[in-house]
Design a protein around this ligand. Structure first.
Ligand code: FAD
Ligand code: SF4
Ligand code: SF4
Ligand code: SF4
Length: 418
């Protein structure tokens, strides 16, 4: 019997899944079993859209359709967390299986603690994540650094520190470090990300630590919950999943790679945050950069922490409408509402038409708040101070009492932790 804390190599015997899968197809096979056994009603996964640079979310209810979702899209920078809230009613009445990266998972935790989704109805299989590459950057990088037309590339992968492309007539790999030195490679938030093996999901799957004859043909699975253990046992019993104990040397290598990735994350944090300066210098930089804002609200609509029904940035007494440059209050409101819980998913930066490094600004503030209050977002159901009230209830309280003291009941008395 599998239990929480177990580690194993896993792969599928399903030929169709194996053909398309990244590393043996364990993830897709597990979803196949979950659907067939009715452990879940639907699976939310990612599939290739128009091309390799276009990652598309799909809902699968027929197990036969799952093979189309196998494989890793490293230019798949989308975040699935908010899709569950927006389009699947927060999984209130259906059971959903979802493949997540670390940032997707952290977004789900943040939404769950704000009662926007029901985590009890969600099974998360998390892929280890060294980082993703913005589709726009990937196209430019392939043309410029690889000298290849991005439209003829039919496969990409990140392996042993290289970003590798395959195209008709050849393949080429360049070290990610080298690409990042000249501004290509992973998104900047991914470089700072330190959630490489997301053990807060039900299962954490990746290639680090798979060595010997199974290298490239199996996935290293860490079992992180009872739900995850049941899923593995059921899939093995049903014959769709094969497993074996991992090579002890592989476990050592895995720990070393993870450690090296965490150090690299620290290095990038230091570089990016120092580049922002401190105090007045930092504020001046943020004000200069955000003066390009056109108030398109993309940063708000994509952010997994933004969930208010009545967004304060739309209140004309706070942010005067019809003004360019947009009043800085717009950004101050976002900083005040989000910074304690920002999970550095990068969406507010990637989707900003004015190319404002929003995620950098928010992440820089989040780490300062973490130092002050010790609250780490995205990895547990622990509430940050701002999430102690429910928006509607708080608005009703203010309306009914005539008070203008928001969070009055939270700060007085302050919750124990603070
Ligand atoms: P498959 O059966 O092929 O299933 C893959 C699953 O991933 C499918 O459900 C698919 O929908 C989903 N998926 C594909 N692209 C994305 C995406 N962009 N976002 C969310 N879900 C997606 N493993 C490591 O050990 N080290 C790494 O550095 C590493 N980096 C990764 C970076 C990215 C962006 C991704 C998506 C994966 C990464 N992985 C990494 C995990 C690894 O590539 C495999 O996904 C994992 O080993 C499972 O293999 P499999 O054959 O069982 O999966
Ligand atoms: Fe992966 Fe982290 Fe980047 Fe998300 S933010 S894509 S988990 S490296
Ligand atoms: Fe402003 Fe960019 Fe946010 Fe749009 S996405 S509102 S331009 S900061
Ligand atoms: Fe992600 Fe930006 Fe929201 Fe932070 S502020 S959680 S980086 S969208």
């Amino acid at each position: 019997m599998t239990k929480k804390g177990d580690m194993l190599y896993a792969w599928t015997n399903d030929a169709e899944i194996q053909k398309k899968a990244e590393l043996g197809g364990a993830v897709t096979a597990l979803w196949k079993y979950a659907l067939e056994s009715r452990m879940v009603d639907a699976v939310l996964a990612i599939t290739k859209g128009a091309d390799l640079y276009d990652a598309k979310p799909v809902i699968i209810t027929d197990p036969k359709d799952l093979a189309s979702t196998a494989g890793s899209l490293h230019c798949g920078t989308l975040l699935v967390s908010k899709l569950i809230k927006k389009y699947l009613d927060g999984a209130r009445d259906i059971k959903i299986g979802v493949t997540v990266k670390g940032c997707d998972m952290m977004g789900l935790y943040e939404l769950a603690k704000r009662q926007q989704i029901n985590l009890d109805n969600i099974i998360m299989i998390c892929v280890n994540c060294g980082g993703s590459v913005s589709p726009v950057t990937a196209r430019k990088m392939i043309a410029d650094k690889y000298g290849v037309d991005p439209d003829i590339v039919h496969k990409e992968e990140i392996d042993k520190g290289q970003f590798i492309i395959e195209y008709e007539g050849g393949h080429k790999g360049i070290s990610v470090d080298e690409l990042e030195e000249v501004g290509y490679g992973r998104r900047t938030n991914c470089r700072r990300c330190k959630l490489k093996v997301p053990r807060q999901a039900d299962l954490a799957c990746g290639n680090w630590g798979v060595i010997g004859d199974k290298a490239g043909k199996a996935t290293f699975v860490e079992v992180c919950s009872e739900k995850g253990a049941n899923l593995i046992d059921g899939a093995v019993k049903a014959g769709v999943l094969a497993t074996q104990a991992p090579n002890p040397k592989g476990i050592e290598i895995r720990a070393k790679v993870e450690g090296a990735m965490l150090k690299l994350g620290d290095k990038w944090r230091k570089k990016d945050f120092e580049g922002l300066g401190v105090g007045r210098e930092r504020l001046t930089k943020i004000m200069a950069e955000t003066s390009r804002c056109v108030k398109c609200y993309s940063c708000i609509s994509q952010c997994p922490i933004c969930y208010c029904v009545e967004c304060t940035t739309r209140n004309p007494s706070m942010v005067p409408p019809g003004e360019l440059p947009v009043n800085f209050m717009f950004h101050l409101i976002r900083f005040a509402h989000i910074a304690d819980s920002c999970v550095n998913c990068g969406q507010c930066e990637e989707n900003c038409p004015a190319e404002i490094p929003n995620a950098l600004f928010m992440h820089a503030q989040q780490v300062e708040l973490e130092k002050m209050f010790g609250h780490v977002p995205g990895i547990s159901m622990e509430l940050p101070i701002m999430a102690f009230v429910e928006e509607r209830t708080e608005r009703d309280r203010l309306h009914n009492t005539g008070s203008d003291m928001i969070y009055e009941n939270v700060f007085n008395p302050l919750p124990k932790k603070y």
